[in-house]
Design a protein around this ligand. Structure first.
Ligand code: 5AD
Ligand code: SF4
Length: 350
């Protein structure tokens, strides 16, 4: 559906519950028509919370000395990948803080190859989410077998970007955009996204985020509400943000509008939505999302991967997360796309 900036802003501001619920229903129908009824699962493996960056909103920022830093062993990662494979997830996401040292880059390459070997008969799709890297690194990992990459723009407004990141070269808006272009050029299916309900963020900014996704011609999107974290500088602004219900509704509207604007991309129902409401991810599915990323990371380390507080499922282990999710999907008669990569149709159709 063609939506102009004014229409998008009006819908983001819409307060009539009936109109909002019509928007969600329309987005759900659009999803079913274009990418089918199925929800695709990606086993999320949080390999490390070591990060060289210091984003002002993030709980695992490098300056947070209260965090116990960890790095999963290759065997732990392979164990988690095997769990996803046996559960029929079809794909995994390897997510971690940003590191650019040679040892790390090499280790990831080795890991990607091992995962491919582990799943030779029915290869797991591998998505990476490991931050900004030089194009040679993106190429290296792509050649090793990764084929999707997630890198959020966080906000498409440069001024707001600069307000939520420390100054200096390490956190540059232009480098972030360039990294997204490099990923596309390398041949990845590219996913990006933003945080919703940031201090100083307006509905105009959010409308521009949606237009940025459309103009960049993204393949996948993961966005969710901003969640305040007490061990971050942005905690000081906690009274300048929307109340949780409004942040959740705004996030759901963003999902629905994006589905209408880009009917054949993959859109994730993110864990951050679940943090604001016990059925937040499910609500996102009903508003047009088609991907869920259950956490596969072992219990011992999961508590340390708190980019925001009260993150869902910290008490669960991978097996429990899986059964809770299946229970919901079967209750709603939503099929799971088992043993498939669930690639972005937008990428395939291009
Ligand atoms: N609230 C919500 N999302 C956050 N992220 C980091 N910190 C927060 C927070 N406080 C998101 C960022 C990042 C992703 C891995 O987690 O969008 O890209
Ligand atoms: Fe590191 Fe990502 Fe957190 Fe920024 S948001 S500090 S890059 S993990």
């Amino acid at each position: 559906m063609e939506l102009d900036r004014g229409q998008i802003i009006d819908l983001l501001n819409e307060r009539d519950p009936q109109v909002v619920s019509q928007l969600f229903d329309e987005a759900y129908r659009t999803k079913v028509e274009n990418v089918g009824e199925s929800v695709y699962l990606r086993g999320l493996i949080e390999i490390s919370n070591i990060c060289r960056k210091n984003c002002l909103y993030c709980g695992i920022r490098s300056d947070n000395s209260a965090v116990v830093r960890y790095q999963l062993s290759n065997d732990d990662v392979l164990g988690a990948a095997k769990f996803a494979l046996d559960a029929g997830y079809g794909s995994i996401v390897i997510q971690g803080g940003e590191r650019q040292d040679k040892a790390f880059v090499k280790d990831i390459k080795r890991l990607i190859k091992k995962i491919k070997r582990l799943s030779r008969k029915n290869p797991l799709g591998i998505t990476l989410s490991l931050g900004e890297q030089p194009i040679e690194v993106y190429e290296d990992w792509f050649d090793a077998g990764a084929h999707r990459y997630l890198l959020r723009i966080e906000t498409s407004n440069e001024e707001l970007y600069n307000m939520i990141h420390p100054s200096g070269d390490l956190h540059s808006f232009n480098s972030r955009v360039q990294a997204l272009l490099n990923l596309k050029y390398t041949g990845y299916q590219v996913g990006t996204g933003v945080m919703i309900g940031l201090p100083f963020q307006t509905t105009e900014h959010l409308a521009d985020d949606l237009l940025f996704f459309r103009d960049f011609d993204i393949d996948m999107c993961g966005m969710g509400p901003y969640l305040e974290h007490s061990q971050t500088p942005m905690w000081a602004l906690r009274n300048n943000i929307l109340p949780p219900e409004e942040r959740l509704t705004l996030s759901l509207k963003m999902v629905a509008l994006l589905r209408l604007m880009m009917p054949d991309i993959n859109i994730a129902a993110t864990t951050a939505m679940q943090t604001l409401h016990p059925e937040g991810r499910e609500m996102a599915i009903m508003a047009g999302a088609n991907v869920i990323m259950p956490n596969m990371t072992i219990q011992d380390v999961r508590a340390n991967y708190q980019i925001y507080e009260n993150k869902l499922g910290i008490e669960d282990d991978a097996a429990i997360s899986k059964s809770k999710l299946e229970e919901f999907l079967s209750k709603k008669s939503i099929p799971i796309g088992l043993n498939q990569w669930g690639d972005s149709l937008h990428f395939i159709n291009r």
